[in-house]
Design a protein around this ligand. Structure first.
Ligand SMILES: NC(=O)c1ccc[n+]([C@@H]2O[C@H](COP(=O)([O-])OP(=O)(O)OC[C@H]3O[C@@H](n4cnc5c(N)ncnc54)[C@H](OP(=O)(O)O)[C@@H]3O)[C@@H](O)[C@H]2O)c1
Length: 418
């Protein structure tokens, strides 16, 4: 008996899933006893390019959740409230659910997973993080018997594309964003991607799976990339590194820190080599040590492929009856304040002249006993920058406050290093 599939939301990813399941179905057929068959679409706006031959098409997606012709509902609509109602209804009607929706899982993942467990159905979301990169499987299966201590990654292709374009062409943030929009890497409203919300959604899902807690989106400290200037990109390069938008989750003895922020990495770091719209994930765990995962983080077919991987997991369940859901822990993560950690720092000062910027920065570093380990200037921009040795957060904040107070017209930029 084939596994009957309903797809709700037939946009970029939904069409990718439909294409792989209908036009490329042969590869799945050969491997499975009971091949998946698309029976229904939930499509509120008719799309002439979608071939609906032989399919039941509902304008109201809830009818897919109610349909007796569906065993697995694939949610590829996005958004939170309607998607939550849809998935809750589908699970209540005994369907397995697969979703690509990180915003939904980051905010309601725990309650939905609990509902799935109680209903004995699967709720799977490999496509919600990392596109074709199987990072959810890594955390829930490959490293399930290890203790993950940290995850760092480039999880948003749009922000990474913009920073890569700025580094490659020396262009401004605004111009790199405009190019990303022309190439459809960025939405007309890019805020979700460039201000770090999208990465924060993904990070909180990964952190919850790695640390056995509930997803806690409100605990992610988030800083976007709008303030990164061509001067910072140039100085980073002169200092032997590059600026990336990193999402990081760290386990500490007294809790966790979850952060999305620009970070200057040495150019030898594996994450420094993740360019354009690609994603990369570095996971550190006690037994495996450092492992690294890289690939296309978005796009119709890479994302659809991860949805099909979830479909395969559901097919592999015995008799298609047992729940194979990805479960989160119950507790909220204990937030650990980042200022207990000590990092290296990139500090850039732009003043009336390069000389003024350099002298002032040097003086303040000396006053606070902060050791510089590298130094560079951009004379055409009257800017100077240092990378410091590891420095306690409190000391750093005092020094930055003093720069701002004693040189109020200067432009000051601080980015964490390493
Ligand atoms: N695009 C990617 O590369 C990618 C990668 C990983 C994960 N995802 C996730 O996949 C999901 C879909 O993304 P997408 O890029 O495919 O979006 P999309 O191209 O905008 O498609 C979404 C589709 O869902 C429909 N839809 C949205 N809200 C709906 C609602 N409340 N009721 C009924 N239909 C609704 C839209 O219909 P209308 O045309 O009527 O608006 C549209 O056809 C999102 O959760 C996204 O975060 C996307």
């Amino acid at each position: 008996m084939p596994l009957r599939v309903g797809i709700c939301g037939v946009g970029t990813v939904g069409q990718g899933v439909l294409y792989l399941l209908t036009k490329k179905a042969g590869s799945l057929d050969q491997k499975q006893d009971c091949s998946p068959v698309v029976t229904c679409l939930g499509m509120r706006t008719p799309r002439p390019q979608v071939d609906t031959t032989g399919l039941i098409v509902f304008a109201d997606v809830l009818q897919v959740a109610e349909s007796p012709a569906v065993d697995v509902l694939i949610e590829t609509m996005g958004g939170v409230d309607d998607a939550k109602t849809l998935i809750t209804t589908a699970l209540a009607r005994g369907k397995h659910v697969i979703t690509a929706n990180k915003a939904l899982i980051a905010t309601h993942g725990q309650a939905l997973c609990q509902q799935a467990q109680q209903a004995g159905r699967s709720l799977k979301f490999e496509a919600a993080v990392g596109g074709a990169v199987p990072i959810i499987k890594v955390l829930t299966e490959t490293l399930a018997n290890d203790k993950v201590t940290s995850i760092r990654g480039i999880m948003n292709g749009t922000a990474n594309y913009i920073l890569s374009a700025m580094a490659r062409h020396g262009t401004s943030f605004a111009s790199a964003l405009a190019t990303a929009q022309e190439l459809k890497y960025a939405e007309a409203d890019p805020a979700f991607d460039i201000d770090g919300t999208d990465s924060a959604h993904k990070l909180c899902i990964l952190a919850a799976l790695a640390f056995g807690t509930a997803p806690a989106f409100d605990q992610v400290t988030t800083e976007g990339i709008r303030k990164i200037s061509p001067t910072d990109i140039l100085l980073a390069k002169k200092l032997g590194g590059c600026i990336k938008h990193l999402a990081s989750a760290q386990r500490h003895s007294n809790g966790y820190t979850l952060q999305v922020q620009p970070r200057l990495l040495p150019k030898e770091h594996l994450l420094a080599g993740v360019n354009d719209a690609m994603n990369g994930f570095e996971v550190v765990s006690e037994i495996a040590g450092n492992t690294f995962y890289y690939g296309a983080g978005a796009g119709a077919l890479p994302t659809a492929l991860s949805i099909l991987a979830d479909l395969t997991s559901i097919l592999n369940l015995s008799g298609n009856k047992a729940a194979g859901g990805t479960a989160f822990g119950d507790s909220r993560p204990q937030r650990s304040t980042p200022n207990t950690a000590s990092d290296g720092h990139y500090i850039r000062l732009t003043a009336q002249s390069t000389r003024q910027a350099t002298d002032r920065l040097q003086h303040i570093l000396d006053t606070h006993s902060i050791q510089p380990k590298a130094h560079a200037t951009a004379s055409s921009d009257n800017a100077t920058a240092v990378i410091t040795e590891n420095t306690e957060e409190q000391t750093l904040q005092k020094a930055l406050a003093e720069v701002a107070r004693t040189l109020p017209t200067a432009e000051l930029r601080h980015i964490r290093f390493g």
